[in-house]
Design a protein around this ligand. Structure first.
Ligand code: T3D
Length: 261
């Protein structure tokens, strides 16, 4: 059996996925991509998994593409990076966004290149205070990928997006939180406890509400207000027909905690 480059651990109602190439700061090889793809597909299919937590082993979260796999001294051919993005990075970002359950990213250390942008593709990002986000691409002659130009521009505006991308200046976790790029920066030693607490809280909540909320918020980034009001009407109609809504309201009226199935 090959190395376990992505660890998948079942918890009570949620799954912990850990990128596991710590000696290379969990940078992506094709095999790590393959294992993450399969682990996410497993989580999606598993009815007992209502929340996913993604983190990295060792001192970093992820340093993006494994550059040893791109060593120019090993070939005279110019690589087709569009192909690797189409094969691996874009499907990963699309899978995280389309996942009908919350994905929490616990950024335990440096997140560079596509590693940073994969974190931003998750739904709730917690980061250790010592973590940094680096748009490392310009240093090796590339542009931000894995959604980088989208996340930075949407969340921060052009001025900060361009400066972060062009200078590759590390963005400390606390500044990322102050700027609204991530949810929270927490003390390093508290990171995993916070991520687990949040996962357990969401896993106890209404899976229907969380999935529909995710879908509606994603739609808001491209909709006009008119279109979004219509989308909210339609989505609320769907939510209102669910068992979760019946249970939520009954629990409120009966003054007891809701028990979602
Ligand atoms: O190619 C395509 O398919 C297109 C898609 C591209 C997506 C991308 O992500 S492109 C961007 C790729 N990533 C980078 O350019 C980041 C490269 N890494 C760094 O700049 C630094 O390692 C960090 C700033 C992330 C961390 O610095 P530091 O000083 O904390 O750690 P370090 O000593 O540089 O790294 C520790 C080890 O990990 C080191 O190996 P060693 O010396 O102990 O044997 C280093 O070489 C290795 N490492 C770090 N990042 C990568 C890596 N090895 C391969 N690929 C990496 N990306």
């Amino acid at each position: 059996m090959g190395a376990e480059l992505v660890l998948s651990e079942k918890r009570d109602g949620w799954r912990l996925l850990t990128l596991n190439r710590p000696d290379r700061l969990n940078s992506f090889t094709e095999e790590q991509h393959r294992q993450l793809r399969d682990a996410l597909a497993d989580c999606e299919a598993d009815k007992d998994c209502r929340v996913i937590v993604l983190t990295g082993a060792g001192r970093g979260f992820c340093a993006g593409q494994d550059l040893a796999d791109r060593d120019p001294s090993l070939t005279t051919e110019r690589p087709d990076l569009g192909r690797t993005i189409e094969t691996w990075y874009n499907p990963l970002v699309r899978r995280l966004r389309a996942m009908p359950k919350p994905v929490i990213c616990a950024v335990n250390g440096v997140a560079a290149g596509a590693g940073a942008n994969i974190a931003f593709a998750c739904d709730i990002v917690l980061a250790a205070k010592s973590a940094k986000f680096i748009q490392a691409f310009s240093k090796i002659g590339l542009i931000p990928d894995a959604g980088g130009t989208y996340w930075l521009t949407r969340h921060l505006g052009e001025a900060r997006a361009k400066a972060l991308a062009m200078t590759a200046e590390p963005l400390p976790a606390e500044t990322a939180a102050q700027w609204g790029l991530i949810w929270k920066a927490v003390d390093d030693e508290a990171l995993m406890a916070e991520a687990k607490k949040l996962a357990a809280q969401l896993a106890d909540g209404s899976a229907t509400a969380l999935a529909l909320t995710k879908r509606a918020i994603h739609a808001a980034s491209t909709n006009s207000l008119e279109a979004q009001l219509d989308a909210e009407r339609d989505t609320q109609r769907e939510a209102g027909q669910s068992d979760d809504y019946r249970e939520g309201v009954s629990a409120f009226l009966e003054k007891r905690p809701a028990k979602y199935r």
